[in-house]
Design a binder for this molecule. Structure first.
Ligand code: MG
Ligand code: MG
Length: 266
């Protein structure tokens, strides 16, 4: 069942989104070769708790960390590890915060300089597709319109693989609520979008084929062909004429630009 949010509930979710965006921006300033994703996870975990919230992902169905950290061929749900990041890696940082009864959910993929043009394009197109999906998250459209916009830009235009097993979702008192928001689908299909629907839109786009497998850790989802995958996620509220993006990449992108260990010109 879909839970529509009133304005004050939307503002609580926005606050939680901002907290996570600031946490991710903080680690954007710290990422460099030699740092491990586990160190970054622990910083985010502490940052969220220092601001009076609880990491949404920790203990979610037994997930043991505050963040999903998915490196290179890992698409989503990656475990932070002690392995040191190195030049040319891309790492998706996915995180949520729970406070005042509501969750947030945001993800951003960082690239440790220097990445090749193919990888730059994957990041750029995946991020663009997120905003193309968000453009369709308005009252009167259907979930399929969001899905179609993402699929058009990534799979049809650029030949990338769209993960079928994992989708965006409603968000609120639960981390994952109805409806599902796939990154592929038919225009005009699915439920009608109504005012106050809060959803996480999150294209997971593979450089190669759409096929995936589950790592032996039971959580990490990887590309079957071993090629890299990118992931960007915003929490948005459906409104008339224009979606309200509750999360923001602004602080993250500023930190990314000023960190010379990261590639930001893609
Ligand atoms: Mg997420
Ligand atoms: Mg999500």
């Amino acid at each position: 069942m879909i839970q529509y949010k009133n304005n004050s509930e939307v503002e609580l979710i926005r606050d939680n989104c901002m907290l996570v965006n600031n946490a991710i921006a903080h680690i954007a300033s710290l990422i460099k070769p030699g740092v491990s994703t586990l160190e970054l996870n622990d910083i985010v975990d502490q940052f969220i708790r220092d601001h009076g919230a609880i990491p949404s992902f920790k203990n979610y169905h037994g997930f043991p960390f505050a963040c999903c950290m998915s490196v290179n061929d890992a698409i989503v749900h990656g475990f932070p590890t002690k392995e040191e990041l190195k030049e040319g890696d891309i790492v998706s940082v996915d995180c949520g915060a729970f406070k005042n009864g509501f969750h947030s959910d945001t993800a951003y993929t960082f690239a440790l300089a220097n990445i090749d043009d193919g990888l730059k394009q994957l990041l750029r197109v995946t991020k663009e597709s997120l905003y193309k999906g968000i453009e369709k998250a308005i009252v009167g459209n259907r979930v399929g319109d969001i899905a179609f916009a993402i699929q058009e830009h990534t799979e049809k235009k650029h030949g990338y693989g769209i993960v079928r097993e994992l989708v965006g979702h409603g968000l609120g008192r639960e981390l994952h609520e109805d409806p599902q928001v796939p990154n592929y689908g038919k225009r005009g299909s699915g439920i009608k979008l109504q005012d106050g629907l809060v959803i996480a839109i999150e294209p997971m786009i593979n450089m190669g084929s759409k096929d995936v497998y589950n790592d032996e850790d039971g959580w990490t989802i990887r590309t079957k062909d071993g090629k890299p995958s990118a992931h960007f996620e915003h929490s948005v509220c459906v409104r008339k004429n224009k979606a309200d993006i509750l999360s923001s990449f602004s602080a993250i992108e500023i930190a990314e630009k000023s960190n010379t260990n990261l590639c930001s010109d893609y």
